[in-house]
Design a protein around this ligand. Structure first.
Ligand code: SAM
Length: 281
């Protein structure tokens, strides 16, 4: 089911202005968050090459700007939130990667008209840009594809409905008590986290079938798909123990990354990553 909720850019911009530094801390909140980061990074390293000029759309404070710079890419940064753009400048500078950034723009992925067609080797929109775009997700994706060169890769990640429900199930009794089962039924059916249960974090959570249909509506071929993350969900204590032994952690990560790409796992993470190659010549 696709969303019926209207996209409100002012709301999203204000939300992430207010969220500020907490966005940088997102990948530090426990073992599952750290694995989530590493699975995302794995796919960047797979599809982005040194020397690529990359558009990073919805870059936030720059966790992946820094990783793109470390791969050797040149990065144009876009975000709808002026506070996040400033944090991106600060964090990327602190990481010593500022020379890899070719520009920063406060802009909306739904309208990238400041960029000509086919001007980037690859485009990255990690962390839910399409989830926040609600009913304009198709327009946003069309823009990400348009600015990418034919044959170039577009990497996106969105919030996953089924896996998030699995990860958050233990919170459901309290949510039912506070908001009622009808509210949860509506959110689970539609994937729209929009009302009071969202605590302000309005977004659309995807099933893989829905994301796949959205991607297939564009002139591109799906070349990669992955849950992010899978084994670690509800197994954080075990993975925290693995983290204390670097060799064991590497071993675990190999299986996590492989299993995340199994058809039976794609819906099962808190996020889903998809990689498409733009068609045309
Ligand atoms: C959850 S954060 C992810 C940040 C980073 N990509 C990451 O994965 O760590 C989402 C970011 O996307 C930005 N964003 C949301 N909707 C956007 C839009 N329509 N256009 C541009 N940026 C957007 C937010 O301001 C925020 O910085």
């Amino acid at each position: 089911m696709t969303t019926n909720q209207n996209y409100d850019p002012d709301y999203i911009s204000a939300f992430f202005d207010d969220y500020a530094e907490r966005e940088w801390e997102r990948f530090e909140r426990g073992a599952a968050s750290r694995v989530n980061f590493l699975v995302h990074r794995h796919h960047l390293q797979r599809f982005v090459k040194s020397g690529d000029h990359v558009l990073e759309a919805g870059a936030g404070p720059g966790r992946f700007t820094i990783e793109l710079a470390r791969i050797g890419a040149m990065v144009t940064v876009v975000d709808i939130s002026p506070v996040q753009i400033n944090l991106n400048r600060q964090k990327v500078g602190e990481a010593g990667c500022e020379s890899s950034v070719t520009g920063r723009h406060v802009a909306d992925i739904v309208d990238l008209s400041r960029f000509p067609d086919a001007c980037f080797d690859a485009t990255v929109c990690y962390g839910g840009g399409l989830s926040y775009a609600m009913d304009r997700a198709g327009d946003a994706l069309a823009e990400l594809v348009r600015v990418t060169k034919p044959g170039g890769y577009i990497l996106v990640s969105v919030m996953s409905l089924v896996g998030s429900a699995g990860a958050l199930l233990s919170t459901f009794p309290d949510l039912i008590e506070e908001f009622g089962r009808d509210t949860l039924d509506r959110e689970i059916a539609t994937g729209d986290l929009f009302g009071p249960t969202s605590r302000g974090h309005r977004c659309h959570m995807y099933r893989w079938s829905e994301l796949e249909a959205l991607l297939q509506s564009q002139n591109c071929e799906i070349v990669g798909r992955s849950a992010s993350n899978f084994l670690v969900i509800n197994n954080e204590d075990a993975v925290t123990a693995f983290e204390r032994d670097p060799e064991l952690y590497e071993w675990f990560l190999r299986w996590e990354i492989e299993y995340c790409q199994e058809p039976g796992a794609i819906d099962g993470g808190t996020h889903m990553i998809a990689v498409v190659r733009r068609g045309g010549s």
